[in-house]
Design a protein around this ligand. Structure first.
Ligand code: NDP
Length: 337
C-alpha cells in the first residue's frame, strides 16, 4: 500500500480543516482532531484519520451537530451528566472531565454520564487521562447492533468497547481498551473486500452456523462476542450501563434512528472514576499494584496493556506517521470543500 508521510501537527491541521470546512465550529473540530491525532500518535489507525470521512459524513447529512455546546448537570453528589447536544463525543468528554475528577476526589467514586453524543473513537483516551490524574477509571459505550446473544441469530449488541485504566504514580498508567466482539467490524469488512477468510469464532452466517466467510457474517449473519457467552455477557452489561442506566440508546435503538450516512451512532457513554487514595490504602496501593505488574513482567514475553501504544509515541513524535495515499487524497479533497 502506498503511503505518505505526515507530522502529527499536519495530521491535526488536516483533520481540523476537514471538519470546519463541513460545518463544525473551531472547538468541536479541535476536540475531534485532538482525539484522532492521539490515535495516530499511538498507531491506532482504526480510530485515527481513517474516521474523518465518517465524521464529515455525519456533519454533511446533518445527523451530528458540529456546533454543539455541551451542558453539564449534577444528578447526584457523585453523578455528573453532560448532554452533548447531538455533537461528537470529544467536546462533551472535555466538559465532563474536570467535574468528574473533582467529584471522585471528594467522594472516592464518581460517575460521568455522557448523553446525546456521537461516539466514533477509542475509549483509552478518556480513561488514560483520568489515570494520569491519579484515578482508576472505567469507560463503556454501545454502538450499532452487530453481535448476537449466545444461541441467537439476530444481532443485538454493539461491538461495545470497555476500557480500564490504573494510575501508577511516577510511571505510566496501565490501560486496556477492548471491544466485546472477537473481531473489529472494520477488520471483517477488510477481509471481505480482500477475499480473505476470518478465524472461526468471529461470526455466524444467516443460518446461525459458525463461518470463516466474512461476507456471510456481513450479509445476513452476525458477529460473535469474544470468549463465547462470557464476552456476550459483557457486551450486554455495556448496553445496560451506557444505555439503560443513563437513559440513552441501546445499540438497536441507535440503529433504528440512524440515517446510514456511514458516521457514528447516537448514544451515551458511562465513565466511572475511583480515587485510590480514598479506599483505605492511600500509602500502599501503588506499590501493591506494582508488585503484581512486576511479577507479570518477570515472565518473559509478557507486556502490560497500553505499552504498545506508549512505545509508538516515541516513534511517531520523531518520525511522524504514514497515512495511506488514498486516505490522504480523500482528506485533502474534504478539506478543500
Ligand atoms: P485489541 O484487541 O487490539 O486490544 C485490546 C487491548 O488488549 C488493548 O488495550 C491492547 O493494548 C491489549 N493487548 C493486546 N495484545 C496484548 C498483549 N499481548 N499483552 C497485553 N495486552 C495486550 O483491541 P480491539 O480490537 O478489541 O478494540 C480496538 C479499539 O476499538 C478499542 O480502542 C475500542 O475502544 C475501539 N472500539 C470503539 C467502538 C465505538 O463504538 N466507539 C466500538 C468497538 C471498538 P495495546 O493498545 O498496548 O496493544
Amino acid at each position: 500500500m502506498k503511503t505518505v508521510s505526515m507530522s502529527l501537527d499536519e495530521a491535526h491541521a488536516l483533520a481540523t480543516e476537514c471538519l470546519t470546512r463541513h460545518g463544525a465550529d473551531e472547538e468541536n473540530a479541535r476536540a475531534v482532531a485532538d482525539i484522532v491525532t492521539a490515535a495516530e500518535r499511538d498507531l491506532c489507525h482504526s480510530h485515527g484519520l481513517f474516521r474523518i470521512p465518517g465524521y464529515v459524513a455525519s456533519l454533511k447529512s446533518g445527523k451530528a451537530n458540529g456546533r454543539a455546546v455541551p451542558a453539564i448537570t449534577e444528578l447526584a453528589p457523585g453523578v455528573v451528566r453532560v448532554d452533548g447536544g447531538g455533537g461528537f463525543a470529544p467536546l462533551a468528554l472535555e466538559a465532563g472531565g474536570a467535574p468528574l475528577i473533582e467529584r471522585a476526589r471528594q467522594n472516592g467514586i464518581a460517575a460521568l454520564a455522557l448523553n446525546n453524543i456521537y461516539h466514533f473513537a477509542a475509549l483509552w483516551p478518556e480513561t488514560e487521562a483520568l489515570a494520569e490524574e491519579g484515578l482508576a477509571a472505567f469507560a463503556f459505550t454501545a454502538a450499532f447492533p452487530y453481535v448476537v446473544a449466545p444461541g441467537g441469530r439476530t444481532p443485538i449488541f454493539g461491538t461495545n468497547p470497555m476500557a480500564f485504566a490504573w494510575p501508577r504514580p511516577g510511571g505510566h498508567p496501565m490501560v486496556f481498551d477492548q471491544a466485546s466482539s472477537t473481531m473489529a467490524r472494520g477488520e471483517i469488512m477488510l477481509a471481505a473486500r480482500d477475499g480473505h477468510s476470518v478465524p472461526l469464532g468471529a461470526g455466524i452466517d444467516r443460518e446461525g452456523r459458525d463461518t470463516t466467510d466474512p461476507k456471510a457474517i456481513l450479509e445476513g449473519g452476525a458477529q460473535l462476542a469474544f470468549g463465547g457467552y462470557k464476552g456476550a455477557a459483557l457486551a450486554m452489561m455495556v448496553e445496560l450501563l451506557a444505555g439503560a442506566l443513563i437513559g440513552d440508546k441501546l445499540s438497536f435503538e441507535a440503529e433504528a434512528v440512524d440515517n446510514a450516512d456511514g458516521g457514528p451512532p447516537v448514544g451515551g457513554e458511562l465513565i466511572i472514576a475511583l480515587d485510590p487514595a480514598r479506599f483505605g490504602d492511600a500509602a500502599g496501593f501503588a506499590a501493591h499494584a506494582d508488585l503484581l505488574f512486576g511479577r507479570m513482567l518477570a515472565d518473559e514475553g509478557v507486556r502490560l496493556p497500553g505499552d504498545r501504544r506508549r512505545k509508538a509515541r516515541e516513534t511517531t513524535a520523531r518520525d511522524g506517521i504514514r497515512v495511506p495515499e488514498s486516505l490522504s487524497r480523500t482528506l485533502v479533497a474534504l478539506a478543500a470543500g
